[in-house]
Design a protein around this ligand. Structure first.
Ligand code: SAM
Length: 281
């Protein structure tokens, strides 16, 4: 299908473009929505932005008009010449051709200084990309992304619900995720099978997180253990993950103020932090 016939503004090469489902190519076409997404991201003239997956460049242009510098990473060979034409007039724009998961991102973004991520990301990459960005050493100030609605609910979920997961705890440990806009599928071309939501997530600076260094790794291991087997109690999951005796784990949990019959998905972020702090070294 040509997106030209779907209402995109013209441009050399666009007419021949065919969306690749395998690359999550569901493009935005509504200028008002794009402006709202940039508004919600809170980026302005002093800010630098990394965009993942510019597509035809509709959001890229809005970002370039408003921000200091924009670096966009696009994997699709067919979009590179189109972007070169459509973005040619922006001197604050850098296009990087490659796979965001394989590129040396610190190198790619080194001229930005501290930066924000703003993107309508390919949904197949959501968990891997979020995990990679949140835990990276790059100076990322915030992550503002369009994701599948269910993924948005997982990122922002609180204890007890079925969406609450390792990803929820990680995202709330590294930042403050919030669903700021629900976006129906009809606003994409071609429309995906799912609805979407835009999530903003200011990230905590390293020294504002509960842990740094080795303990952070331990915290992630404790959280992962908590969700290892959802039908088992936290006690059993911790015994299995850390190869510890029942009495040792019971002592650890008691010291942390957590009853032995709790399940991992009922613990708050604060309780996971306390549990990590009390790990019997
Ligand atoms: N930003 C555009 C928009 O909103 O219309 C396009 C968004 S589309 C959902 C996702 C974009 O990510 C596509 O352009 C796709 O080619 C690109 N993409 C997919 N996988 C990628 C990867 N591994 N690295 C970089 N870009 C990727």
């Amino acid at each position: 299908m040509s997106i030209y016939s779907k209402g995109h503004k013209g441009g050399k090469g666009k007419q021949d473009f065919h969306h690749k489902k395998s690359l999550g190519q569901n493009f935005l076409t509504d200028d008002y929505l794009i402006e709202s997404l940039v508004d919600l991201s809170g980026v302005g003239e002093n800010d630098c932005v990394l965009e993942i997956g510019p597509g035809m460049g509709i959001m890229t242009k809005a970002l370039c008009r408003r921000c200091k510098k924009v670096v966009s990473v696009e994997i699709d060979d067919a979009l590179i010449p189109i972007l070169k034409v459509s973005m040619g007039k922006f001197s604050n724009f850098t296009l990087v051709h490659g796979d965001v998961m394989k590129l040396n991102l610190p190198e790619v973004t080194k001229d930005l200084g501290a930066f924000h991520v703003v993107a309508n990301i390919p949904y197949y990459l959501t968990a891997d990309l979020m995990n990679m960005l949140m835990a990276s050493d790059m100076p990322i100030l915030s992550i503002n992304v369009m994701v599948q609605k269910e993924a948005a609910e997982r990122l922002t979920a609180r204890p007890g619900g079925k969406e609450y997961s390792v990803l929820s705890l990680k995202s709330q440990y590294y930042g403050q995720p919030q669903i700021v806009l629900d976006v129906p599928r009809v606003l994409f071309t071609p429309p995906p099978q799912v609805d979407s939501a835009f999530v903003t997530m200011p990230l905590r600076a390293k020294d504002e997180r509960a842990f740094a260094g080795d303990r952070e790794e331990l915290f992630l291991k404790v959280v992962t253990a908590g969700f290892a087997m959802r039908r088992k109690t936290l006690l059993n999951n911790l015994m299995n993950t850390f190869h510890m005796e029942r009495t040792a784990v019971e002592g650890w949990m008691t010291k942390s103020g957590i009853e032995a019959n709790r399940r991992g998905e009922t613990l708050t972020l604060k309780e996971y932090i306390t549990l990590t702090q009390n790990f019997p070294a």
